[in-house]
Design a protein around this ligand. Sequence first.
Ligand code: SAM
Ligand code: SF4
Length: 335
Amino acid sequence: MLPLYRPSLTDSYGRQIKDLRISITDRCNFRCVYCMPESGVEWKKKSEILSYEELTYLAEIFVSLGVTKLRVTGGEPLLRRGVINFIRSLASIQGLEDLALTTNAYFLPEYAERLAKSGLKRISISIDSLKPKAFELLTKVNALGRVLEGIDAAQKYNLTPIKINMVVMRHINESEIVDFASFAREKNLIARYIEYMPLDGPGEWSRDLVVSGREIFEKINAVYPLMLLSPNHKSETAKRFGFADGAGGEIGIIAPVTEPFCGACSRIRLTADGQIRTCLFSLSEHNLRDVLRSGASLEQIRQFIINAVLKKEDGHKINKPDFVAPERTMSCIGG
Ligand code: SAM
Ligand code: SF4
């Protein structure tokens, strides 16, 4: 175990970094329209991708610097062989308080039990439509049934609280906003509605396709009156709501485009090929893989991470005239 190191990770705007998202693969078995192009994607070479040993070592260092929460993501993290043992090694890191995973749930019916036993605490599942045909149009895979089974399996093995993530897109799935809330009530889930961000593979994002958090709130509130819940912690990205009639489940609205929350951001990312990204929208990266593979000492790696965090941007520029979308799409960053 690495002892806690001071100073902990604080950026130049005074934000403490507590939350690290680790992408373990850039590959995916889905092709969600808002994330990955249908063809022409070039996967990273195996030699570029960090091994589980490297990832675990780096995760330990981040935790020794004050990170308390890890989220494993991708691409589709359950596609990478050995993920269960990897989760087990992360779960044993001293000082870690929370370990979560984001998945499209395709492999969850087979994996949920082993994930729970390996020490995973919680799971977030992407599901953008509850209608089989629309689901297939959005993901290019006929898999709604498996994803629903995956949700049931996660519930069965207590990977709770379970969040289901819906990226809301104008004309595409906006008509299902209330259906999702009904589903959350019925199944006692946290339904999270995410504004569509300019990180899509095909590069087709436009402001006209964004359904604002306010509009989402109004649509749900008109059918199921909502009451505001207090945030779980000060860097919570979602505005949380409960159902005023006391029904189970919860609503979370994440509005990075129309109501940015950068001022309270406590997050950084490590891509599968070992690049630190201090913001989803960063235009430059910090090559931790090369530092690690150059034989750097523990102290040198820590200093590299501390310096990278000091360069964290004050916020994204989606709403500014000089906005430039990053080259990496969401599947290569790790959402
Ligand atoms: N494959 C896993 C999944 O889909 O849950 C994990 C990786 S995926 C990149 C992580 C999250 O990013 C998903 O909830 C997905 O909906 C979200 N996401 C991807 N592209 C997005 C975009 N352009 N805008 C908003 N959210 C996006
Ligand atoms: Fe794959 Fe997740 Fe991106 Fe969909 S959102 S293409 S499941 S990485």
